[in-house]
Ligand binder design. Structure first.
Ligand code: AMP
Ligand code: TRP
Length: 341
């Protein structure tokens, strides 16, 4: 199966997800589901999707939790429909070439470029001391993740746009310094409306790092809790189920979730609930969310302790390593590192 993949594919897709905390409905709609769609649509493309565990240690992590999260995120990817026959799923730290190319990228990037990254500035601002060097150099590792596989397409959220731009600059700079080596990748951003907001503060994004547990839905939340979270989602005092981001952020967010999980457009949903009320709408939405999540949880609990999961990750890492090793040899040669082979 692996070699078949190799023959037919002429393009490459790379994406990663950090194993920090638990995955939310926002991650599912904004990232995981997109990967599943892409794996089915892009027949000429080889997919490399990895758990970015090295990225996670840019901030302190508990050893036991980290290990658990890595496995859990991998199982959730598969539970959400990622097909190991179509995707190379692996753990970043198991392919040493990511770290190797990261150093080369640090030796291509300028300190000023790293310091300009808004995510770094935000995270640094929140943490007063003990800021790790890797938090600053993080985009070099991300560039390595992408360039190692000559990715043409990189599905990411808007928050990663700046890191992708830097990756493109580094690829171009390296190519002009040492000769054509890397493909300059394109970002791929999910359709508009795929940004899911907090259920309690609908101006903010739904995030697993939010302190208020009612603000997000975890893919592994108890189904009864999920229903409750939807039903108690913050809405306005009006009664109309109408999409209006400015005046009705809460309802607009719920409409976005509804549309994302069904084949209906927002307009069609508005029409359907024209003469209805918030309670009915929320109760219907709660069932839609639960119906989407129930099969994911079922598959998750089947796979999480199964040796098959280890086999998938081992095979994914082997294929990734094969491609990455070839690339690193080329990179070392172009730069003039080591001896001539
Ligand atoms: P994060 O959980 O922030 O590491 O993000 C992992 C992936 O999920 C990225 O592609 C994000 O853009 C996506 N994502 C995270 N939160 C949301 C959200 N609330 N709505 C849509 N996509 C999201
Ligand atoms: N930095 C990304 C995030 O926080 C995760 C990530 C790491 C990634 N390496 C990547 C995404 C390479 C795309 C490609 O969401």
């Amino acid at each position: 199966m692996q070699s078949q993949k190799e023959v037919k594919k002429t393009r490459t897709l790379v994406s990663g997800i950090q194993p920090t905390g638990k995955l939310t409905l926002g991650n599912y709609i904004g990232a995981l589901r997109q990967f599943v769609k892409l794996q089915d649509e892009l027949e000429d493309t080889e997919l490399f999707i990895f758990i970015a565990d090295l990225h996670a240690i840019t901030t302190p992590q508990d050893r036991v939790e980290l290990r658990k999260n890595i496995r859990s995120v991998a199982a959730l990817y598969l539970a959400c429909g990622l097909d190991p026959a179509k995707v190379n799923l692996f753990i970043q730290s198991e392919v040493i070439e990511h770290t190797m190319l990261s150093y080369i990228m640090e030796s291509t990037a300028y300190v000023g470029e790293m310091e300009r990254m808004t995510q770094y500035k935000d995270k640094k601002g929140k943490q007063m001391e003990g800021i790790r060097t890797s938090l600053l150099t993080y985009p070099a590792l991300m560039a390595a993740d992408i360039l190692l596989y000559d990715a043409h397409i990189v599905p990411i959220g808007d928050d990663q746009k700046q890191h992708l731009e830097l990756t493109r600059n580094l690829a171009t700079r390296f190519n002009s310094l040492y000769g054509e080596t890397f493909v300059v990748p394109e970002g791929f951003y999910p359709e508009t409306g795929a940004r899911i907001k907090s259920l309690t503060e609908p101006d903010k994004k739904m995030s697993k790092s939010d302190e208020n547990q009612k603000s997000y839905i975890l893919l592994l939340d108890d189904l009864a809790i999920i229903r409750n979270k939807i039903k108690s989602a913050v809405t306005d005092s009006d009664t109309k189920i109408k999409y209006d981001l400015k005046k009705k952020a809460g309802i607009s967010n719920l409409l976005t979730i509804y549309a994302s999980l069904t084949d209906l457009s927002i307009k069609e949903i508005e029409k359907k609930y024209e003469n209805s009320n918030y309670a009915t709408f929320k109760s219907d939405l709660a069932e839609i969310v639960v119906d989407s999540i129930r099969p994911i949880q079922k598959r998750y609990f089947e796979i999480i302790n199964d040796i098959k999961l280890d086999q998938i990750l081992t095979e994914g890492a082997e294929r990734a390593r094969f491609v990455a090793q070839r690339k690193m040899q080329k990179v070392y040669k172009k730069i003039g590192l080591g001896r001539i082979k």
